[in-house]
Write a protein that binds this ligand. Structure first.
Ligand code: ZN
Ligand code: ZN
Length: 322
């Protein structure tokens, strides 16, 4: 299974500003002072290998959209944030005119998780099939309503694809074309649902827009069971721990530190920090990643047997092969 991140920012999409680009360019020119590049390829290699961390890189970007590529003819994706536009273009290009079937798993219907759907190309193409899964009663309503006048020019009823909404029951495992998926209710305004996916011996947990109160033992145990031995945990790490327990307590999101602690309890293998705070710069997100890795290093040996947890920060375009 290959996990492809099309949208990784929380709450609202953001892009680099002109000032951000100028800052990166100026710092890159300083880093390259005195060097001579004979070709574009040499310059690319320098950017990839030798620039200080973060300069040749950005976290972006689009709001939540994460594809699970099972190597199947059909497509599997979590959430329809603004990253769904680029994901849809990828589907149409790969299909080359052949009908597509896309399975869409919805954590919840806050706007940042559905806003990409009106721009999701495959929804407009007759003979395409879309299955939209979720646990909320208002799942279908939320998709239809955002395309109603005066909010959008194309009503939901004008979409060409065959679109079906399928309600899943929390805590119950489902089998969809060989992919096992189990939803878990999470603490968030109006509730959200995490999904545990299992396929050919690999497991991925997609758990965004979820606040955790680890001091409540039963809750900590519930989520460490949900994450148990997962190969990959895609985790809402919108805040730093200080923010999460002070000014932003009860805002329905979690932190890098809680992600590390839950993954350690669950003996998960790889934590991906996700749903980045829109106000955070690349440097701030790099800082959260650094802090999470440091905490993991310091606490690794408290577990028997000690085991390293890999930690990454998601960015648009990141791919992880399991
Ligand atoms: Zn969100
Ligand atoms: Zn939300």
């Amino acid at each position: 299974m290959r996990v492809r991140f099309w949208g990784t920012r929380g709450s609202i999409p953001v892009s680099l500003t002109a000032a951000d680009v100028r800052d990166k360019l100026a710092r890159a020119l300083l880093a390259a002072a005195g060097r001579k590049f004979e070709s574009y390829g040499e310059a690319q290699a320098f950017v990839a290998q030798s620039l200080p961390a973060g300069l040749g890189h950005t976290y972006g970007g689009h709001s939540s959209c994460v594809e699970l590529d099972l190597g199947d003819q059909e497509y599997f994706v979590c959430d329809m944030g603004s990253g769904a536009r680029a994901f849809g273009a990828h589907v149409l290009a790969r299909q080359g005119g052949r009908p597509a079937t896309v399975h869409i798993f919805m954590s919840h219907m806050h706007w940042d998780h559905i806003m990409g759907f009106p721009f999701f190309g495959p929804a407009y193409v007759p003979k395409n099939k879309l299955f939209i899964y979720g646990c909320h009663d208002e799942l279908e309503l939320a998709f239809r309503r955002q395309q109603d006048a005066p909010s959008f020019p194309v009503p939901f009823t004008a979409l060409g694809a065959d679109i079906q909404f399928i309600k899943l029951a929390p805590g119950q495992a489902n089998e969809i074309r060989g992919l096992k998926v189990t939803p878990q209710v999470q603490r968030h305004s109006g509730d959200s649902y995490g999904f545990r996916f299992q396929h050919q011996g690999k497991s991925v947990v997609y758990t965004t827009d979820s606040e955790h109160k680890l001091e409540e033992k039963s809750e900590a145990e519930l989520f460490s069971d949900f994450f148990r031995d997962a190969d990959l945990v895609i985790f809402d790490a919108m805040y730093s721990l200080a923010d999460a327990i002070s000014i932003r307590a009860d805002w329905g999101h979690s932190s890098n530190v809680v992600g590390v602690e839950l993954c350690q309890m669950a003996r998960a293998k790889h934590l991906v920090l996700f749903h980045h705070e829109p106000a955070n710069s690349d440097a701030a997100i790099d800082g959260l990643l650094r802090d999470a890795r440091r905490l993991e290093e310091l606490t690794r040996d408290n577990f028997r047997p000690p085991r390293r947890l890999e930690i990454s920060a998601a960015h648009d375009g990141l791919e992880i092969e399991l």
